[in-house]
Design a protein around this ligand. Sequence first.
Ligand code: AMP
Length: 196
Amino acid sequence: MTRLLLIGPPGAGKGTQAVRLSEACGVPAISTGDIFRANVAEETELGLKAKEFMDAGKYVPDSLTNDLVRSRLHEADVAGGFLLDGYPRTTAQVDELDDILAAGGHSLDVVVLLVADSDEIVTRLSKRALDQGRSDDTEEVIRHRLDVYEEQTAPLIDLYQSRDLVVTVDGLGSVDAVTTRITDALLERGIVLTLN
Ligand code: AMP
């Protein structure tokens, strides 16, 4: 049973690694970014509200994001654990997640921090813009997203470090190399993930 967070700047490779790791530990990967994008595509009420923030590279307000995660974490498939990708991103979201978990008598097992330098990130995200056509991957919006990350999300690392939950992994290199680095780092903490 694993309750794991993936944290790191946009473009560090969280989404890619989240999918692989969730398969390896048999728990769902929950990406708030993916859920928001699906809602935007389907033009739901939530999607319409989230879109303006996303397109500007801003965070969607905590109230909307927390409600979404709260209902997702009450679904049956997360009873055995989950891997959260891109949540929490603010201290208010950390508090919400703590509350949700505590109510079920649970807590986090580990926080994987994926690191990558900003030039590499801008290169990667500009490439993703071409490959996937994401509307928030223009250079100006990317730089803004990095600033927002530094301001609002980077402080969470200290907070989780004070709980001794953080393992830091270099996000540069091939997808396989990064996955191996993560599984090795988790193994050192006694968390065994078997890759197929
Ligand atoms: P991502 O795919 O994780 O980079 O998320 C894409 C965008 O969705 C972000 O730039 C935000 O606008 C929004 N978003 C995703 N997760 C969160 C979150 N935890 N809090 C606020 N906004 C979020």
